[in-house]
Structures are given as structure tokens and as C-alpha cells.
Design a protein around this ligand. Structure first.
Ligand code: HEC
Length: 206
């Protein structure tokens, strides 16, 4: 190795040292300091569609079919709810939702197969409601700094109430559109734990 190359190598090592010492390199790692995988946001304030939310922890699937809501349920589909795993782990050990929590709600239409007037179909398992196709994606994020104006720091997003492909990014709704109902009726820190047995079990296991 020539002296010049040695010097460059040394310079590179020193440079890297300075960068980590100044915290520059820890920018991306910051979110992981407390082990929570946070959502990614863009310069315009929009959030990016989460990645692999169907591999998150599945906590429940409320259903509010049209037939039971005068034919016009706001969300006539199954509401499949998934919690980002690192937030789930923190909830399991503390019973609280950590900063950076992400919870997704994906709608899936009712399975169609000669459905009767109630919207139910008769299947080998019996007459009832089965899951059909994906029909929309919503996300909530808890971030009391970024969303200091949102009660509880919870912001709510929709990537479309429609079949895939969903929108790639979404802006937070005003508090009165979403947050207000969660504040008024959700059992535990804006989350509808009363409908999610998996979350109640997680908290009970503390
Ligand atoms: C009238 C009350 C109400 C309003 C308004 C509302 N929600 Fe919800 N939301 C619920 C209920 C009830 C649940 C429980 C699961 C279910 O039945 O869908 C829920 C669950 C969720 C969840 C899963 C996590 C959790 O907190 O339980 C997300 C994500 C969500 N809603 C997003 C939104 C978005 C986005 C908006 C605004 C566009 C919104 N919600 C407006 C009642 C509401």
C-alpha cells in the first residue's frame, strides 16, 4: 500500500468517526433507538403506504354489513386490523402504545357466492359472511411531536376505499374527521381495543 493510499484510508476512517460522533450516521438508526419501526414521511407531510402490513400482528376483523345498516354502512366490508410488530411488542410489555406506533386497517369485501338478501352466502362451513377481495387501506400513527395538534398525537390516513392498487401516499385527516370519534369511543388510548381480543390478551399477559 502506498503512503498516499494509507493516508486516504486513515482519512476515511477519521471522517466516518466524525460523522458518527456528530450523530449524522445515527439519523436513520434514531427511530430504532427505542426499537420502534416508525412510518416514513415525505417533505409535503404525507405518509408513505406501509410496507408488508399484512405481515404485521393481526388483531381483529370487525364487520358492519350493509344489511344491518339500512343498506348503507360507511364501511360494509370486514375491517382487518394489523399492528406493526415492534409496537405490538412494546404494548405487550408496557400496556401502552409507544411513540411511533402504526396500526393498519384493511377493508375486505364480503365474499360473493349467490348471497341472499342479508348479504350472507351459504358455504360448507354454514350460512354467513366470508372474506372476499381487498377494498381499501387506512393507517393510524402515534407521534406526539409531528402531530402535536392531534389529540393523543394520533393521526389518521386513508390510501383509498377502493380495490388495489391503493394510493402510495396519504395526508393526515383533520382531527374532527377521524380522531374525534376515536377519542370519544375507543377503549384504550384512541384504539378500539374492545373489538380486538388479541390486544386484550396481550395486555392481560403483562
Ligand atoms: C364514527 C366513528 C369513527 C370515525 C369517524 C373514524 N373511525 Fe376509525 N375506527 C372506528 C371504529 C369503531 C374502529 C374499530 C374497528 C372497526 O370497526 O373498524 C376504528 C378503527 C380504526 C383503525 C384501526 C385502529 C384502531 O384505532 O382501532 C384505523 C387505522 C382507523 N379506524 C382509521 C380511521 C380513519 C382514517 C378515519 C377518518 C377518515 C376514521 N378511522 C374515522 C370508528 C371511527
Amino acid at each position: 500500500m502506498s503512503i498516499l493510499t494509507k493516508r486516504n484510508t486513515l482519512a476515511a476512517i477519521v471522517f466516518t468517526g466524525v460523522l458518527s460522533a456528530t450523530g449524522f450516521l445515527s439519523l436513520t438508526a434514531q427511530a430504532q433507538d427505542d426499537g420502534i419501526n416508525t412510518a416514513s414521511f415525505n417533505d409535503d407531510g404525507s405518509v408513505n403506504q406501509p410496507v408488508n402490513w399484512r405481515k404485521w400482528v393481526f388483531v381483529g376483523a370487525p364487520l358492519t354489513p350493509n344489511a344491518l345498516n339500512d343498506g348503507k354502512a360507511p364501511f360494509p366490508e370486514f375491517h382487518n386490523v394489523y399492528v406493526e410488530p415492534s409496537a405490538f411488542k412494546a404494548y405487550e410489555s408496557t400496556g401502552k402504545w409507544p411513540e411511533g406506533t402504526q396500526i393498519a386497517k384493511e377493508l375486505t369485501s364480503i365474499y360473493q357466492n349467490d348471497n341472499d338478501e342479508t348479504g350472507a352466502s351459504s358455504e360448507v362451513s354454514g350460512r354467513g359472511f366470508q372474506q372476499g377481495e381487498f377494498q381499501g387501506l387506512e393507517l393510524t400513527v402515534k407521534d406526539t411531536k409531528r402531530f402535536e395538534d392531534m389529540p393523543g398525537g394520533w393521526a389518521y390516513f386513508s390510501f383509498g376505499h377502493k380495490p388495489q392498487p391503493y394510493e402510495k401516499t396519504a395526508m393526515a385527516f383533520p382531527a374532527e374527521s377521524c380522531n374525534a370519534c376515536h377519542a370519544a369511543s375507543a377503549a384504550d388510548d384512541f384504539v378500539f381495543t374492545q373489538f380486538y381480543p388479541v390486544l386484550r390478551a396481550a395486555k392481560d399477559s403483562m
